[in-house]
Unconditional design. Structure first.
Lengths: 73, 130
């Protein structure tokens, strides 16, 4: 199980989710993608994306205007 | 004016999303790219169909030049859709309507007839026209 980090600061909706989707095929089952983003809609968007694509959102924390999320594939 | 033609859901996660672009202004292309890229990122097969009225957008370099304030750059979204398997179709009527040639357009766009587009989007769960 690998943990990969993706920094998406400064990207606006829907770019963070787009970048995650492009990264997704490279992930193996069980791998974790840790994402740092500051797009206002990111917490709801990542939750919706995980629900639609069948991924597990381990957490999405507000860290002072930046959102830190982990998605398990 | 922006028309939402139809939205509905189906049971599984894979779906088709079709966008028709009717003009060459930012208000025509930017929302199509924002929603289209979000749809492609969510696993949908995305189709963008450009009518002759939007042909100016498909001249080489035009999408690259669109950097409207507050939005992601158009080419970033365009490439995102393309990298996720999206299709960009231009109505073949443009050749006569605008007196243009296939070579006048960017090479990642396919010239197709309306019948082909309609056949390919059969069963689409989401369709928008801008």
């Amino acid at each position: 199980m690998a943990v990969k980090k993706l920094e998406l600061l400064g990207l606006k909706c829907p770019q963070p989710i787009l970048k995650i989707a492009v990264e997704a095929p490279k992930m193996q089952a069980g791998d974790i993608l840790e994402v740092l983003a500051d797009c206002e809609s990111f917490p709801r968007d990542i939750e919706a994306w995980c629900k639609k694509t069948g991924k597990t959102l381990l957490f999405c924390r507000d860290e002072g205007g930046k959102f830190n999320a982990q998605v398990q594939f | 004016m922006i028309n939402i033609l139809q939205t509905s859901k189906k049971g599984d996660n894979m779906a088709k999303a079709a966008f028709v672009i009717n003009g060459a202004e930012n208000k025509n292309i930017i929302p199509a790219l924002v929603l289209g890229s979000a749809s492609a990122a969510s696993g949908d097969t995305v189709y963008l169909f450009f009518t002759p009225g939007s042909a100016e957008l498909l001249k080489p370099g035009k999408i690259e030049s669109l950097k409207p304030k507050g939005y992601p750059e158009a080419i970033e979204l365009w490439n995102g859709i393309k990298n996720l398997g999206g299709k960009f179709y231009l109505c073949e009527l443009v050749l006569d309507v605008k007196d243009m040639k296939k070579e006048d357009f960017r090479d990642d766009v396919e010239l197709v007839g309306a019948t082909t587009f309609i056949a390919e989007i059969e069963g689409a769960q989401t369709t928008f026209a801008f």
